[in-house]
Design a protein around this ligand. Structure first.
Ligand code: BG6
Length: 506
């Protein structure tokens, strides 16, 4: 297959980026992994790009007993070499230790924040960030509310990490609780996939071009495949993952978010509520999964151990904090139908799994084959379908596969791949998803955050599936770590006369 690479047509781009207003972050769970791996590096990058206010402060909160100095050292490690002279950024890092259930803890936080306000002579906005096990959300939310930290002269926002509940009921309960103290405009539910550049590009691609929209429907599209394959296992998160599984961990949030952007109707404007309304309208059109005895819409798998390149990979059931006979799925493939005019009859195949052949996320739009094959009389009786691939990671870009004449013989047709690769064109400096999301939160832009009606519809969609799995108590299919796929996952799509795109070739 030959590859063609496009060039940037113009050096000029229409860009809009606003710097954050005066505000600071208060992070609960500040000595944890997410703060070090994601939050601090993202903020350091925003600082480097001049997008943080010069008075920006970061108040780390947690159970660990740390001084401001200790915490600055941890933060300095997290900044790494992002900033050549990180002192200016780190000078505004502070730490308060306490127990999440202790009122005095919140009293201390309040005092520290009041001192900041006095020192800066400005009423800085406040972003509270829950980077905690979800079990702790209720008590932190309640204490924030009871100590009046949910109010301020300037804005107060609350960022909540996933998972938001573990089924429809618990999500609704958590939200009822949350809404006692915070209004929806203050709540930022993170789905980090929405912060990825290439996921946002889905909207630009669809709605900033006029040539794709007319064919973006059941008349031209045969089916859509969404794949999130991971090569890693569950790492150190056995305790969480074993109670969650792939459907809760990846499908109900990241996969449905990407699907909504690919398949929703064009919003009236780029305003957060317009986009979120369309996403919700789309989610409402998804047909409920078929349940037993026809249960043809979802297949589950779990990885077994394997020796890969001389390295012994543990089976899921041997991982730390995982039950020895766990039936939790580390892989799912699902088929969805959407009951609206645009998508009637078009299947959406979605799969995600851990310990697969490689790490890759993509959305493939597979178009219908030509309606009449005029080359059949000359001996060519089958041609592949045109396919458009939105590559989300790690090789971010877009590829279009189409048929063309090869030079030489009178009749010679082959597939060409037209590629746009972000790294080749713009360099490898794609901002991390958290940079976008933290900046948007400071700016009060909720576009890329999940609204509660979206969360509820998504859980509603899988609640029956989760209940059925629980009642049936069946074993998932077992696949060897490092697999490309496995027979039951292949049969799942082949019964519809289609095949998965090969993960190893993506
Ligand atoms: C998280 C899941 O939300 O997303 C993890 O909890 C998963 O299990 C991760 O590994 C994948 O994110 P990314 O950005 O690495 O594709």
């Amino acid at each position: 297959m030959e590859k063609i690479c496009p060039l940037v047509a113009s050096e000029q781009a229409l860009c809009v980026e606003s710097p954050a207003p005066q505000c600071g972050f208060v992070v609960f769970g500040a000595s944890g992994d997410l703060t070090k791996r994601k939050l601090i590096p993202a903020l350091a990058n925003l600082f480097k790009r001049g997008l943080l206010d010069k008075g920006f402060f970061f108040l780390g909160c947690g159970r660990k007993n740390l001084s401001d100095e200790d915490f600055r050292k941890i933060a300095a490690e997290a900044v790494g070499n992002i900033l050549p002279a990180p002192e200016k950024f780190l000078n505004n890092f502070y730490y308060t230790a306490g127990d999440y259930g202790d009122k005095n803890f919140y009293g201390n936080i309040k005092k520290t924040l009041a001192e900041f306000d006095k020192k800066t002579d400005a009423n800085f906005g406040r972003v509270f960030y829950l980077s905690l096990p979800p079990l702790l959300y209720p008590q932190v939310i309640q204490n924030l509310g009871q100590s009046d930290l949910n109010k301020h002269n300037s804005f107060v926002r609350l960022v909540v990490e996933k998972p938001f509940g573990r089924d429809l009921q618990s999500a609704a309960e958590l939200n009822d609780y949350l809404s006692k103290w915070f209004i929806e405009e203050q709540v930022y539910r993170i789905d980090h996939y929405l912060g990825k550049e290439t996921v946002q590009n889905i909207m630009m691609f669809r709605f900033a071009n006029s040539i794709f929209e007319p064919i973006w429907n059941r008349d031209y599209i045969d089916h859509i495949q969404i794949t999130i394959a991971e090569s890693i296992g569950i790492e150190t998160r056995g305790g969480y993952y074993d109670k969650s599984g792939a459907l809760r961990d990846m499908f109900v949030n990241h996969m449905l978010s990407m699907l909504s952007l690919v398949a929703m109707e064009p919003p009236a404007s780029f305003a957060a509520e317009h986009i979120r309304d369309e996403k919700v309208k789309f989610l409402r059109s998804i047909r409920p999964f078929s349940l037993p005895p026809q249960n043809e819409d979802i297949v589950r798998g779990q990885y077994a151990g394997e020796n890969i390149n001389g390295k012994n990979i543990l089976a899921y059931r041997q991982e730390t904090d995982v039950e020895k006979n766990s039936k939790t799925e580390t892989y799912i493939a699902a088929r969805l139908f959407v009951d609206n005019w645009r998508w009637q009859g078009v299947p959406f195949y979605m799969r995600t799994g851990k310990r697969l052949a490689k790490r890759v996320t993509e959305i493939a739009i597979i178009f219908k084959k030509v309606p009449h094959l005029m080359f059949a009389s000359a001996g060519i009786d089958e041609l592949p379908a045109n396919t458009l691939v939105l590559k989300i990671q790690p090789k971010e870009g877009i590829s279009l596969f189409f048929e063309a004449k090869r030079p030489g013989p009178k009749l010679c047709i082959g597939t060409l791949q037209m590629d746009f690769n972000y790294a080749e064109i713009f360099g490898t400096d794609t901002p991390d998803a958290y940079e976008r999301l933290l900046l948007d939160c400071m700016l009060g832009d909720q576009t890329l955050f999940t609204r509660i009606d979206d969360v509820k519809i998504a859980w509603g969609l899988i609640d029956n599936v989760l209940n059925t799995w629980k009642q049936q108590d069946l074993e998932p299919f077992i696949y060897p770590a490092g697999s490309e796929s496995f027979p039951e996952a292949d049969a799942f799509i082949q019964k519809d006369g289609r095949n998965w795109r090969k993960i190893s070739e993506m």
